[in-house]
Structures are given as structure tokens and as C-alpha cells.
Design a protein. Structure first.
Length: 250
């Protein structure tokens, strides 16, 4: 196991192998906790194959669904039916078929007065604090058993974009992200680095040739949000061959 704050890069062949490797890590991490389990999901395209795999007979029976609670690391303030809605993607891929409805914890986005990122963030922060049972994170008792993450082409992770204040937040668990340098942009809500770090494992999935340029910068140590997102315990980057820069290929 990697020491606190360290990151381990695990190369995999392709997106299918990545989904399988990620699914095995999910199962192993869930098996370590005999009580109530908290998983923070991610949006984007990268985790979809993993989510679909978790609903297959091979994996479905290995997950203690009644004990696992599913949160989301960031959300766009769009209606639930919008394809950009991160939790809806996870619901369609596996949660709606497998998880008890009460164990799915979406960021609220679906009423007109909640289309305000700060309001939505405050509500989700309250929900997380109520679930955790405290308003301060205790390093000895992580908020999440597992946090899944992805990397955007500019080095953002969750909805923590380079150069925007949300990346520097140290007190809040969840913040509104009213703007960022992406087009088209819709207001977002994101867990902060301290909240995401409060986990036993942070697992990134990074795949495809479109990720190679940003991965080269990240592996060179550039100060970007995805490089600053580290678990207090174990941080794993699953990277497929197409995304891996030449220097790191075996
Ligand atoms: O904007 C987002 O992008 C990142 C990366 O997404 P991917 O499609 O490149 O995998 C994702 O982690 C985040 O949840 C999402 O809101």
C-alpha cells in the first residue's frame, strides 16, 4: 500500500482492462469495511464502463448493496434528465438497477430555486456532514471508503478547475462553481480537495489518446488540480496505454 499522500500509477492495456481493474479495486475496498460504506462517484465519460460492469452478474453479487451509500464528487446544475447530469449517468449505468434508492445521494439540482450553485453546495455539505456525524473531518476516520476521479484536458478534476477559487478552498466540504474556462459552461457544484482527500482510496481512471497531453504535464509535476487531489491514504491512477506518455510505457 502506498504511504499517505503518495500516488501510484498502474498501467493497463485499454479501457476494457481499466474498467475490470477498477471494478476489482472497488470490490476489494468494499470488502474491507463490514459496516456502512461510503463511495464518492465521478462523472464524465471515463467511469461509465466501470459502472456498467458493476451491474453485471460477475460483480453485482459481490457488492453489499444495502450497506453502500453512493455520493457524487461534482455535478452540473442541469435537470436530472440532461445527459450532462453526472449522477443520472451513474443511475442509468448501474445504481437504478442495483442500489436501494435511499442509498443514492445526488447533489440537488432539480428545482428552479436550486439552480444556484452555492445553495445546492450548502445543502449537499449538510447532507455529507449529517451522514458523517460531524462538521469537522477527522483524519483517523475518513469520510469515504473510496473516491473515484477523472481528469479533464485542462487538468481539472471533479469540478475543480485550474486557477479558480474552488481549488484553494480549505474549510468547506462542498462549493458552488459559478464559472470556469470551459465552453459551453453550466454552473457546477464540487466537493473540495479536503473533502475528497478524506478517503481510504482515491482511484483515478485516465484513458485514451486525448488524455496523453495532460497526463504528460501531470506526470511532470505541474501544479494542477488533478495533481493536488490526493487521498490521505492511498491514491491510484489507472492509465491505459493510449493515454500513457512514451517515457512511461513498459
Ligand atoms: O467535467 C468533468 O470532467 C471530469 C473528466 O471527465 P472525462 O469525461 O474526461 O472522464 C470528470 O471527472 C468530472 O466528474 C466531470 O464533471
Amino acid at each position: 500500500m502506498a504511504a499517505s499522500g503518495e500516488r501510484r500509477v498502474i498501467p493497463v492495456a485499454d479501457p476494457a482492462a481499466m474498467a475490470k481493474a477498477a471494478a476489482e479495486r472497488v470490490i476489494a475496498r468494499l470488502a474491507e469495511n463490514g459496516g456502512r460504506i461510503a463511495v464518492c462517484l465521478t462523472g464524465g465519460s471515463s467511469p461509465k464502463a466501470l459502472y456498467q460492469l458493476l451491474a453485471t452478474p460477475e460483480y453485482r453479487g459481490r457488492i453489499p448493496w444495502d450497506r453502500v451509500h453512493w455520493f457524487i464528487g461534482d455535478e452540473r446544475l442541469v435537470p436530472r434528465k440532461d445527459p450532462l447530469h453526472n449522477m443520472s449517468m451513474a443511475r442509468q449505468a448501474f445504481l437504478d438497477r442495483c442500489a436501494p434508492a435511499a442509498n443514492v445521494h445526488p447533489i440537488p439540482t432539480d428545482t428552479a430555486d436550486l439552480m444556484d450553485p452555492d445553495k445546492s453546495a450548502a445543502l449537499y455539505e449538510n447532507e455529507l456532514m449529517a451522514f458523517y456525524g460531524a462538521e469537522q473531518l477527522d483524519p483517523a476516520r475518513p469520510l469515504f471508503d473510496l473516491v473515484l476521479m477523472g481528469v479533464g484536458p485542462d487538468g481539472h478534476t471533479a469540478s475543480l478547475f485550474p486557477g479558480y477559487p474552488a481549488v484553494e478552498e480549505t474549510a468547506r466540504w462542498v462549493v458552488g462553481v459559478p464559472k470556469a474556462n470551459v465552453e459551453p459552461f453550466v454552473p457546477r457544484v464540487s466537493l473540495t480537495l479536503p473533502a475528497l482527500a478524506s478517503c481510504r482510496e482515491m482511484l483515478f481512471e485516465i484513458a485514451g489518446p486525448g488524455k496523453r497531453a495532460i497526463l504528460t504535464r501531470l506526470l511532470a509535476g505541474e501544479n494542477l488540480p488533478a495533481n493536488r487531489a490526493r487521498s490521505q491514504h492511498e491514491t491510484i491512477w489507472l492509465v491505459d496505454q493510449a493515454a500513457l506518455p512514451e517515457d512511461f510505457r513498459g
